[in-house]
Structure formats: C-alpha cells, structure tokens
Design a protein around this ligand. Structure first.
Ligand code: BES
Ligand code: ZN
Length: 457
C-alpha cells in the first residue's frame, strides 16, 4: 500500500496537469453546439483509461456517449466488483463576465484548479482513476474488479443512462457503486452522504395577445402574461417557506429524532453563511434548521423567468408571452412524476381565463436514502478516516444525482456517496475550482477504499 501512496505523491504534478487538460474540454451537455466537444472529451477520457491499463470503450447512446473502463479481469474465483460512477459533462459556464479567467482555460491558484467542471465532476472521478493507475503501475494487487462508468448527461438529467444500464446489466452487475460527486461540510472534514434530494423539473409558458402590444394603447383592456405568471408563481410558496400545492407533502417521510440530532452536530455559523452567500437574511421553511432546510426538506425554485423586453432602456409593451423554468427538490418518498402532475394540475387551476398555459415536464429524479449503519457504509467511513486522517460525518445533501436510484433498481446495488467538493468550490457558479488537497485526499481514498469494501463484499 505504501508503494501506491508513494506513487501518488511522486506523480502529483502530472495528475494536476491531467486535470487541467480534462477541464479544457467545454463539455456542456445542455448546449447543442458543444456536442462534438462532449465526444472529444469522452475520447480523451477513454484514451487516458487505456493508457493506464484499463480496457476502455466509448459507448454511443441516444444522447452523449458513456465511457466504460474496466480493470484487467483475473482468472480464478469471482472477486468483488465495484462500479465507480462520475460525469464528464459540465454545467453551462454563463455568465462569462463573472469569471476571473476563462472557464475552459484552467488555471492554478491558491492550491486549486479553476475551471468549469473542475470540481463537478472531473476532478473528483479523475482522483479515483489516478488511484487505480497507482495500483496498476506499482503492481499492487487490487482486491476487487472495478468498472468506471463516466457519463455525459448527468447535468441534464441522465436521460440515456437507465437504458444503458438495462442493456449492459450483466456486465455492470456489482456489489456497490461508488460516487464522488457530492460535498464535504468543511475543509478537512470528510463525509459519507447517505441521502440526496430528488428533483422534478418543468416549464410553464403563458401566452396572451398574438404579438407584443403597445402598453399605452391596449394596456388596461387585456391581461399581461408576465404579470399573470408572477401572480401564479407567487402563490406556490407561503411566507413560512411551505410549498403551497395540495398534496405536495403527502408522501414526505418526517425526519427522525436521530437524524435531527446528527444534522445538529454539523458545523454551522449563521453570520458566516450569510456573508458567504451575500444575502441580507436567510429564508427557509419555519421550524427547520438551515442544514435540514437545504438537505432534508422539499422546495420549489424558480430557475429562470423570461418575458418581454430584456435589452437596455425601456420599451412600453404588453409582452405576448411569459415563461418560467421551475424545479422542485424532493425528499423520500416523494415521486417526481406524481409531483409534476400535482404541480401542473394546480397551476392550471391558478391560470386566469385571460391567458393560455402550456406545460413541458422536464427531467425528474427520485430522492435517495441509504442506511448508514450497513456494513458497506461503515467500511466506506473507515476508508474516509484513513484518507483524511479525521473522523468523517454523515451527511444528507440537497443536490440530486438521479441515476443512483436506478443503480438500485436495475443493478441491485447501493451507492456510496463519498464527496470531495468544498462548499466554496462554486459548482454551477462562476469561478468553479477544485482544491488540490482534496484531489490528493481523493486519490488516497482510492487506496484505502477498495480493501475495506472488498473485505465486506
Ligand atoms: N454534483 C451534483 C449533485 C450534488 C451536488 C449532490 C452537491 C449533492 C451535493 C450534480 O452534478 C448535479 O448538479 N446534479 C443536478 C441534477 C439535475 C440536473 C437532474 C442537480 O442537483 O441540480
Ligand atoms: Zn452538477
């Protein structure tokens, strides 16, 4: 094992250069003009996997390709098999003007690599890959078989992946899935995330007049779709932070006293948090702490709101249409399809007869919950302790990784979420970065984890 750790240290600088090379691909899955960049990025990753001795392929899907890479299989008795999941696609970098340096020209500063996708998720799964390189290069014997499955559609809802898992079910069958695509509560404090929120996304478009109208000539006699939409949306949440949709909370499993005690032990300083986010005051569902609000309670969010004239100066019109992009974060046992139905039904009821409403239901993902007392979770906690030299905490997280419930359903495997992102990594924001200390810790995790997991498989 020491040889593996030494190898990681000796090659650290090259691993940093590799990460920079990887971040250079603008693999923005949401934007069709980047389709070829996603392909090129997948090809780069597969080549990198091949170079370290993995058997790799770029697999076509109806959307962006999936990269599969396997450690060399050994003849003899069956060994435990683990899947490492990650995603090479990234969120759109906009707004560009807020980046201190261009998002796809990675740069080193203050012990971190800056660039879109550095933390979410390229750096995190590359750390695992580097660890495997060290195992193979030093001739140390991996106690298990590993398959890396790195997809290109996570940031847009993993549309093609469930089908891919079905099609390749036999070869992907595994004892557990390991995912480093979540966060740590503070620097140096490792975490096992045992719950993720689910998500339901939809768009609503209201149309009014058949064209933008002069607001002086016609205003007062026809409704304004932007105004109507704002009035409808304003009713989706009450002042106490409760989602105001009939039936929305019906399937919510209340937080247990044990969980509330665990969450209460996480570090939190309201003033620092407020300052970090630049808000004058926090807002959340009454009766819950901020950690509970942001990880274990469901929400409604407006992600985007578009209508009328957006250019400089003024323009006096009644816009012909108005549109909002909404997402709902869900907790066990809410189901995205049911929630989307409830929301559409409710918004239809709220639509005044003066406009027409059209709905597009987008991607959805179920919430995830794992019993952290299980033997694999406990093994993962031991590996985290070794890698970070500190006792890990148990975390619920507010973000979503929709495919993890499919790993359970299709492959029969539970997912261990061992995140390496820091709260100030700026995932989905301008100036995303990945801490090099965490990069190194992630590689050490790839040294301690496989023996621990193989021992309990
Ligand atoms: N890495 C995140 C998920 C995440 C972030 C989980 C922080 C826990 C804590 C992932 O890349 C992501 O952003 N997922 C999307 C999924 C959505 C597009 C279906 C999300 O949560 O918005
Ligand atoms: Zn993300």
């Amino acid at each position: 094992m020491q040889a593996v750790l030494d190898y990681l240290q000796t090659h650290h600088d090259r691993f940093v250069r590799d990460l920079c090379e990887y971040v250079r691909f603008p693999s923005v899955s949401a934007q069709p003009e980047h389709q070829n960049d996603l392909r090129a990025c997948a090809a780069w990753l597969a080549a990198r996997c091949r170079r370290i001795g993995l058997d790799s392929e770029v697999c076509d899907t109806p959307g962006h390709p999936v990269v599969l890479a396997r450690t060399p299989r050994r003849a003899g008795p069956r060994r435990p098999h683990f899947l490492v999941y990650g995603h090479y696609d990234v969120q759109p970098p906009e707004p560009f003007e807020l980046w201190k340096s261009p998002p796809f020209e990675p740069r080193l500063e203050n012990g971190a690599v800056y660039g879109r996708g550095a933390s979410d998720n390229k750096g995190q799964h590359l750390a695992h890959l580097n660890a495997v390189e060290a195992w193979l290069a030093t001739g140390a014997e991996l106690p298990c078989d590993l398959t890396f499955l790195i997809e290109g559609e996570e940031e847009v809802g993993s549309r093609s992946l469930a089908g891919f898992l079905e099609a390749r079910r036999a070869e992907l069958r595994c004892d557990a899935v390991v995912v480093s695509d979540t966060g740590m509560p503070a620097p140096g404090l490792p975490a096992l995330t045992y719950a993720l929120r689910g998500i339901a996304a939809l768009e609503i478009t209201l149309t009014g007049p058949n064209r933008d109208l002069h607001s002086g000539i016609f205003g007062g006699s026809v409704d304004n779709p932007a105004m109507a939409l704002c009035q409808m949306l304003a009713r989706l949440r009450d002042r106490r932070g409760r989602v105001n949709i009939p039936g929305f909370y019906d399937e919510v499993v209340p937080l247990s006293a044990y969980e509330r005690r665990q969450l209460a032990r996480l570090p939190f300083n309201e003033r620092e948090y407020r300052r970090f986010l630049g808000v004058p005051r926090l807002f959340g569902e009454a009766g819950y702490t901020p950690w509970e609000q942001r990880s274990a309670r469901p929400t409604v969010e407006i992600n985007g709101l578009t209508s009328g004239y957006q250019g400089e100066g003024s323009k006096t019109i009644i816009p012909a249409w108005a549109r909002a992009k909404l997402t709902f974060r869900l907790v066990p046992n809410q189901r995205p399809d049911r929630i989307a139905r409830l929301v559409v039904r409710h918004l239809r009821r709220l639509t005044p007869p003066t406009v027409r409403a059209r709905f597009t239901v987008g991607h959805g993902g179920e919430p995830y919950l794992l019993d952290p007392r299980g033997s694999r979770a406990q093994a993962a906690l031991r590996a985290l302790r070794t890698a970070f030299n500190r006792d890990p905490v148990l975390l619920r997280e507010g973000g979503s990784i929709p495919i993890v419930t499919q790993f359970r359903k299709i492959l029969g495997a539970e997912t261990l979420l061992l995140g390496l992102a820091l709260p100030d990594d700026n995932a989905h924001s301008p100036n995303e970065k990945f801490d090099l200390g965490n990069y190194a810790a992630g590689m050490r995790l790839g040294t301690s984890l496989w023996p621990e997991l193989a021992a309990v498989a």
